[in-house]
Design a protein around this ligand. Structure first.
Ligand SMILES: Cc1cc2nc3c(=O)[nH]c(=O)nc-3n(C[C@H](O)[C@H](O)[C@H](O)COP(=O)(O)OP(=O)(O)OC[C@H]3O[C@@H](n4cnc5c(N)ncnc54)[C@H](O)[C@@H]3O)c2cc1C
Length: 417
């Protein structure tokens, strides 16, 4: 079923009876060439690109809940390519290009909106750091414009420019940054993978990984054993637990990150704005809700919900930056489980068990990585070679210390990244 304007009009005039489910609901088969554990954004994108780019379709995605019920449907939807370090820079640049063609590629409206992202700075030192970052982005072929205080005021007149505690010196403007409707991205990749005969199996938790003589042979699930030649682990906040099923100990800590949304308002904020001094970022959804978040709750946890101290901290930061937000009513908040690495950069690599592949460590920034990660992980699983833009996301960097990508310069503490 293809979507088009004509189809929408036709269905509208005929009672909307012609729409079909986006994907089948198959029972798991006894064996597949490849099994992907985790039906989030990264797992579904991996399955899609395995089928599309490599012609590998005897694939199952095993999801313990429902597709898109994890972090891919819980994030604050920010999409950007404003990384500084080699390794991250080329990866996110590639990912953003895939975003820009995603809707045509998937024939699915993911509401990708390149409304521009502005990272504010509040000191001379921060300005220097952002100038360097902007130059790295431009050298990578992406876009970055350094704004002074008046430049920021023209874009974001509603900020508190009189605040003397955190005076706004300027901002780094990334015009191609923006947002997308998060769960639609999962649905679009799911639909594309299903159309290429990938089995998407929901309510199917993996409970064990079978390893014989150092080689993966399949998985145990709540819906029976499934044999597989290759298994990809793409389970975000649950990465340590699932990898432990194959006897692995990953350098990952899981932490809670919360998000908040207000009642629907008339258009007020037409960029994504990020405020580093208070740790606060905000955009406005197409429904009108102000969508915002802040830092991690600072304790390790597998609970997909947060606590009030961080909620208070985030609200305070919002009020400091844009006092007008105090008039809005918060409708909902929620949390997700973040897979934090010690250097804040992800892992896309083979595991020390043959036939087992790892895709994890996306911290709180993996939504924008969905297409790039799926593309690169599918390449690795299909060819056993690293895809160039993701070649530095090696697991052994945490053992050897070589090739660490500490983008934020915060050292080896998971919850500071
Ligand atoms: C509040 C919040 C705000 C965020 N904001 C942003 C942002 O603005 N921009 C950005 O780029 N990133 C953001 N992120 C991060 C981003 O959402 C994640 O990094 C990314 O979604 C993780 O990858 P995923 O989509 O594959 O994860 P998930 O959607 O969590 O997918 C993993 C799946 O694995 C399944 N699973 C786990 N264990 C098993 C098992 N044993 N068997 C079978 N299935 C299993 C889970 O049920 C889940 O569906 C945010 C995250 C949160 C929570």
């Amino acid at each position: 079923m293809r979507f088009s304007g004509l189809k929408v009009i036709k269905e509208g005039l005929t009672g909307n009876r012609g729409w079909r489910p986006h994907w089948r609901d198959p029972d798991p088969k006894g064996a597949y060439d490849m099994v992907i554990i985790g039906g989030g954004g990264h797992g579904l994108a991996t399955a899609y690109y395995l089928a599309k780019e490599h012609g590998i379709t005897n694939v199952a995605v095993l999801e313990k809940g429902y597709l898109g019920g994890g972090n891919v449907g819980r994030n604050t939807t920010i999409v950007r390519a404003n990384y500084f370090l080699p390794g991250n820079s080329e990866f996110y640049s590639h990912s953003l290009k895939l975003w820009e063609s995603m809707e045509e590629e998937l024939n699915f409206n993911v509401m990708h909106s390149q409304r521009g992202l502005i990272n504010l700075f509040h000191s001379d030192g921060q300005r220097d750091a952002f100038a360097r970052r902007g130059n790295a982005m431009v050298n990578q072929g992406d876009d970055a414009i350094l704004l002074d205080r008046e430049g920021v005021r023209q874009h974001l007149p509603y900020l508190d420019f009189e605040n003397t505690r955190f005076p706004i010196y300027g901002g780094l403007y990334h015009p191609r940054g923006g947002t997308a409707r998060h769960d639609a991205v999962a649905w679009g990749y799911a639909r594309g993978a299903d159309a290429r005969d990938v089995d998407l199996i929901q309510n199917c938790a993996v409970t064990g990984i079978d390893v014989e003589q150092g080689r993966v042979t399949g998985v145990q699930t709540t819906r029976g054993a499934i044999r597989a030649k290759k298994v990809g682990v793409v389970v975000a906040g649950r990465s340590s637990q699932v990898a432990a099923m194959a006897g692995l100990r990953l350098p990952i800590e899981s932490h809670v990150l919360q998000a908040f949304v207000t009642e629907g308002l008339k258009p007020a904020i037409d960029h994504v704005v990020s405020f580093g001094m208070g740790h606060f970022y905000i955009s406005q959804s197409d429904k009108g809700g102000l969508v915002f978040g802040g830092d991690l709750d600072f304790y390790a946890s597998y609970a997909a919900r947060g606590n009030l101290p961080m909620a208070e901290h985030v609200m305070e930061a919002g009020m400091t930056l844009m006092p007008m937000i105090g008039k809005a009513k918060v409708l909902r908040s929620w949390g997700g489980i973040m897979d934090m690495t010690p250097d804040g950069s992800p892992i896309i690599d083979r595991a020390p068990v043959e036939g087992l592949y790892l895709n994890c460590g996306w911290c709180y920034g993996g939504f924008k990585a969905v297409p790039g990660s799926g593309f690169s992980f599918a390449h690795l699983m299909a060819t056993d070679r690293h895809h160039a833009p993701a070649a530095r996301y090696r697991l052994d960097r945490f053992a050897t210390g070589r090739g660490l990508m500490d983008e934020e310069g915060t050292g080896a503490q998971h919850n500071l990244h």
